[in-house]
Design a protein around this ligand. Structure first.
Ligand SMILES: *Cc1c(COP(=O)(O)O)cnc(C)c1O
Ligand code: SF4
Length: 343
């Protein structure tokens, strides 16, 4: 089933044997609404129609059904955008979305109403306006490039953006959120030199299943590591993808083996047509609790929920202690009571 390029439509999915002809009408409607992309690296990993890789990238008729609680902008990013491409929620950091294209279109994406292969590329003038906005706000210490996927930019354009941001005196940290190292690992060769800079660019790799860390992905990540690029991982807890203690353990071990420190495990955001991926928070907490003591502490991400309405991310456990008093080796409650000064 080898294809030279990325599958971008239902005809391509059928030709590759990833979906049945009978599903065509419904999937055409899904495709008209949400972009499709299955690059060769992911296609090669798919063993059957509903496996953990296929579920992430192959469209499904259930995407046409929006549940009552699902929202086009589930975490409330839109009204936090002062200028095009910028999302500002926290005082010290800001998101910059230079484009909205991605190497794959995740069927559970919280920005699925925005991302896609066309549109969303900031013009030079819009980029300048975004830099000026950051330049005028000394409280901002960190710029997080996201999108879309910033590593879909040409190395030349990415370099220009990193240079412009690094030149702003109060910007101490640059970060890139990306799926490219696992979804299009062949791009890393040209990008590694751009990401390896005097000031570290922290790269946060989005991956949800151990199998995404193929030999090619590990080679690409190795190039980043040799350039001195610090690597973190983020994942989404997804039904049928990584919703068991075994799958999470394998995922976090695969990340560490590739030099990627698990950073966040996200609770799924309520984007339209994503219910089939939902795992309740209580179950997520139970799964993480099962991992404790079983895997190295380095493998531990923080399990977070992005509270709808623009409130931001909060850690949601699991709690390992039944009671503060039992756990406090000093015998009192005060040490764990949050710095009230009682004692
Ligand atoms: C997630 C997010 C960040 C980054 O949060 P960290 O906890 O620092 O990783 C920044 N801004 C917005 C709007 C976000 O949603
Ligand atoms: S790579 Fe990220 S932004 Fe793009 S579709 Fe997947 S989750 Fe959404």
């Amino acid at each position: 089933m080898a294809h030279l390029g990325t599958i971008r439509d239902v005809a391509g999915l059928i030709a590759a044997g990833l979906v049945q002809e009978a599903a065509r009408p419904a999937l055409e409607r899904v495709g008209a609404r949400y972009a499709i992309a299955v690059p060769p690296a992911f296609e090669a990993l798919i063993e059957r129609a509903d496996d953990p890789i296929a579920r992430q990238v192959v469209p499904h008729a259930e995407e046409l059904v929006t549940a009552a609680h699902e929202r086009a902008d589930p975490i409330g990013d839109e009204r936090l955008s002062p200028v095009r491409g910028i999302v500002h929620r926290y005082p010290d950091r800001v998101l910059l979305k230079p484009l909205l294209a991605c190497p794959i279109y995740c069927r559970f994406c919280f920005r699925r109403e925005q991302v896609g292969p066309d549109g969303g590329v900031l013009s030079e003038a819009e980029l300048e306006a975004a830099y000026a906005w950051v330049r005028a706000r000394p409280a901002i210490r960190e710029v997080i490039l996201t999108g879309g996927d910033p590593l879909m930019l040409s190395p030349r354009r990415l370099l220009a953006i990193l240079d412009a941001l690094a030149a702003i005196p109060h910007v101490e940290l640059l970060r890139v959120h990306t799926r490219v190292p696992v979804a299009m690992p062949e791009r890393m060769k040209a990008l590694a030199a751009v990401l390896g800079r005097d000031e570290p660019v922290w790269v946060v790799v989005h991956a949800n299943h151990a199998r995404e860390f193929t030999p090619a992905a590990r080679v690409g990540l190795g190039l980043l590591r040799r350039e001195g690029v610090p690597l973190l991982g983020q994942s989404v807890l997804l039904r049928g993808v990584n919703d068991s203690a075994e799958a999470l353990e394998a995922l976090f071990r695969a990340m560490l083996a590739a030099g990627v420190k698990p950073y966040y495990l996200h609770q799924l955001d309520a984007a339209p047509g994503t219910s089939r991926f939902h795992v309740p928070v209580a179950e997520g907490r139970r799964l993480l609790r099962e991992l404790r003591g079983r895997v190295t502490g380095l493998a531990w991400p923080t399990y977070v929920l992005d509270i709808p309405g623009g409130h931001g991310k909060v850690p949601i456990g699991p709690d390992y202690l039944d009671s503060d008093a039992v756990a406090d080796p000093w015998g009192g409650r005060h040490a764990l009571a949050g710095g009230t000064g009682a004692g």
